[in-house]
Design a protein around this ligand. Structure first.
Ligand code: GDP
Ligand code: FO1
Ligand code: CA
Ligand code: CA
Length: 311
């Protein structure tokens, strides 16, 4: 079976590990979010692509969910000793190697999709990992604070401010001119089913859907989503702050309506969210906590079974 999955960082990557276990003989193509990408110290950092690559390739810091296992921070300390900014973003020594190679290849003219493929030659994630676009896009957040009303990079709002300042607007800069990366639309067209993991509906899935052509391609397919909201709260992280910014309530019902029946054919909600419904979408209630590999595999298996039943 050919499966396409969209993915953000931690939620997406953990779900994909379950999907691989649930469908070991399938060919899985992952369309990764690159809206979180940022240039730091002259290096291009792609947090969500790296989180998927490290998680599926066995290099992730499991407790944290991002960055490398057994990481050290000597380079970060040395940069700080020079007074270099930003100091609020924790790039580790092992992780730096990834960004150095990526930046060198981008400077030599390779598109991000080929760079990602080259990095995956080492990590062997067991899926085909494609960036949503080779064109650089960046999520920026409009905030108001003592410095006035301004747009900051998503990472500055998320990591530095911990989303403590309300987002007035969340914008994917560069979206209008961006094209899907090579292979993205072909993979969607060839897919038997499309699965949306419980990734952030605004700054992960919502971002990927903003690349012209991707949403329309998905609407022709059998698409099943897994709710990232359980009992009115994001399981981890600050997705509620992102939903509030776009005027959407933090609930499995509201995220279902946000995605809509043009995109979704099926929607998995947690058992405490029984009763969630939308015309044209098959809704099933299941335990949705990715508490361990077995529970995560069961969630992925349920999403696949629902998708198969709707084809
Ligand atoms: P990020 O890029 O690292 O923020 O990761 P994603 O966008 O892929 O996923 C983040 C989302 O995963 C959060 O909004 C959480 O609500 C959701 N999430 C995390 N853990 C779980 C879980 O165990 N179950 C479900 N259903 N959602 C989860
Ligand atoms: N998240 C943090 O909260 N603090 C960090 O210092 C941090 C560093 C970092 C470095 C590389 C990387 O790939 C991810 C990193 N993240 C960090 C996670 C990440 O930037 C955000 O959680 C996501 O982009 C939001 O999805
Ligand atoms: Ca992300
Ligand atoms: Ca459909």
């Amino acid at each position: 079976m050919r499966i396409v999955s969209l993915a953000g960082g931690i939620g997406g990557a953990r779900f994909l590990r379950g999907l691989k276990a649930a469908a070991p003989d399938s060919e899985i193509t992952v369309i990764g979010n690159t809206g979180d990408d940022i240039t730091l110290f002259g290096l291009r950092v792609c947090p969500d692509l790296d989180t998927v690559m490290y998680t599926l390739g066995g290099g992730i810091n499991e407790e944290q969910g991002w960055g490398r296992a057994a990481e050290t921070f000597t380079v970060k300390e040395e940069l700080a000793a020079y007074g270099m900014e930003p100091q609020w973003f924790g790039l580790g020594d092992r992780d730096f190697a990834t960004h150095i190679i990526r930046s060198q290849m981008l400077a030599a003219g390779y598109p991000l999709s080929q760079v990602t493929e080259a990095l995956c030659d080492r990590w062997r994630p067991g899926v085909r990992l494609l960036p949503m676009s080779d064109d650089p896009t960046e999520t920026h957040v409009v905030i108001s604070d003592e410095a006035g009303r301004r747009a900051v990079h998503f990472q500055q709002w998320w990591v530095r401010l911990r989303a403590s300042v309300p987002a007035e607007q969340i914008v994917l800069v560069g979206a209008d001119e961006a094209r899907p990366a090579p292979g993205v639309l072909d993979a969607v067209a060839a897919a038997d089913v499309v699965i949306l993991p419980p990734s952030n509906p605004v700054v992960s899935i919502g971002t990927i859907l903003q690349i012209p052509g991707i949403r329309a391609a998905l609407e022709d397919k059998t698409v099943v989503g897994v709710s990232p909201i359980i009992g009115g709260a994001p399981v981890r992280g600050m997705a509620d702050a992102c939903l509030t910014a776009i005027g959407v309530e933090t609930s499995a019902q509201a995220v279902l309506e946000l995605y809509g029946s043009a995109l979704l054919d099926g929607w998995l909600v947690a058992e405490e969210d029984k009763g969630v419904a939308l015309d044209g979408v098959a809704v099933e209630a299941r335990p949705l906590l990715m508490s361990d590999p077995e529970a995560t595999r069961d969630i992925a298996a349920a999403a696949l079974a629902l998708a198969r039943s709707l084809k």
